[in-house]
Design a protein around this ligand. Structure first.
Ligand code: XMP
Ligand code: MG
Length: 180
């Protein structure tokens, strides 16, 4: 079981479900007169995206983009690369960008610029988790599920080395998991 690798639970399945319902209602209020495009940032957002679009009963379209942010020893600025681009024209669209976690802000700062360059009418950022203590880019989410402390979290879409995305709650791994 994956549970035995988890040191502590930060947000239970029930807490997440309740918060996602609230976010869905808030999006409904903001967008029910429009036909927004939900745009998930892969891979981390896939579980949140699935629950959020069902919590928010608006006529909408769905799209994904995949990015990888990498930092090596010589480049510490955090470059972002698109590994799977948009498959549709977003000119004039109201975007609801769905992200798992806003950390340094590199990914979303880059993507927001990219989407505006592509002609989006508006960009609303919804992040399940916000880790503001690590922010290096001046970017704020429009809607946040939960604020988290500066700990590496997994579950509900978030991974460590591609594992634990299917843990149904959000938690912190035991230190020994990293050293293995
Ligand atoms: P930035 O720094 O660009 O980071 O805001 C956003 C991306 O980094 C990943 N990330 C995490 N993934 N647990 C994870 O599983 C974490 O605690 C964590 N912090 C950052 C994530 O992919 C996010 O989209
Ligand atoms: Mg991510």
């Amino acid at each position: 079981m994956m549970d035995r690798d988890i040191l502590k639970v930060l947000f239970s399945e029930e807490e997440i479900r309740a918060r996602v319902e609230e976010l869905g209602s808030e999006l409904y209020e903001r967008f029910c007169e429009k036909t927004p495009l939900f745009l998930g940032v892969l891979k981390g957002s896939f579980v949140f995206m699935a629950d959020l679009v069902r919590a928010c009963q608006i006529k909408s379209d769905l799209e994904f983009i995949a990015v990888s942010s990498y930092e090596n020893a010589t480049v510490s600025s955090g470059r972002v690369q698109i590994t799977r681009d948009l498959q549709q024209d977003i000119t004039g669209r109201d975007l609801i960008v769905v992200e798992d976690i806003l950390d340094s802000g590199n990914t979303l700062a880059f993507l927001k610029d990219y989407f505006m360059t592509k002609g989006a009418a508006s960009v609303t950022i919804v992040t399940l988790l916000d880790k503001p203590s690590r922010r290096t880019k001046a970017i704020q989410p429009d809607l946040t599920g939960f604020v988290v402390p500066d700990e590496f979290v997994v579950g509900y879409g978030l991974d460590y080395a591609q594992k634990y995305r299917n843990v149904p709650y959000i938690g912190v791994l035991k230190p020994e998991v990293y050293s293995n």
